[in-house]
Write a protein that binds this ligand. Structure first.
Ligand code: HEC
Length: 119
């Protein structure tokens, strides 16, 4: 009884595949993850800001493709009541429900939304 030399080929092929996929930049994987987490957390925002970040109501601003830094500072301004004009009261309530991590995840999601490189 001899060992079939072709028997372990699939294993070799798998190892090569695993080496090239698993060791590819982990940064990309974690960014995709943050996008998905942000998307889940942003569900509540979509009622007013639109399912794709483009609002259908005149008083509600678009968030799609907005700069991450601006999104974060705006949300913090609502939390600290730095921003009070117009319909800010609506946003203050929304922002109060968010942790710093939620803000980062949601801001990342909206900043990347509409970005070509995002799957
Ligand atoms: C009840 C409707 C409503 C919901 C829900 C809502 N928003 Fe808003 N949002 C508004 C309104 C109205 C404004 C404009 C407020 C103002 O005049 O400052 C606004 C403004 C903003 C701004 C500032 C945009 C800019 O261009 O200055 C950000 C950022 C924002 N919302 C993020 C969010 C996020 C994130 C969520 C979900 C956690 C959310 N909003 C949920 C109504 C809503």
């Amino acid at each position: 009884m001899s060992i079939n030399p072709f028997k372990y080929k699939p294993l070799v092929a798998f190892s090569i595949l695993a080496a090239t996929t698993v060791y590819s930049p982990t940064l990309i994987a974690s960014e995709t993850e943050q996008f998905e987490i942000g998307k889940q957390k942003a569900k509540v925002c979509m009622t007013c800001h639109g399912a794709d970040g483009i609002s259908t109501q005149e008083p509600y601003p678009n968030l799609r493709g907005q700069k991450m830094g601006y999104l974060i500072s705006s949300l913090k301004d609502y939390q600290t009541r730095e921003r009070t004009s117009g319909l800010a009261v609506l946003m203050q309530q929304q922002a109060d429900a968010l942790s710093d991590q939620d803000i980062r995840d949601i801001a990342y999601f909206y900043s990347q939304l509409g970005n070509e490189s995002q799957p």
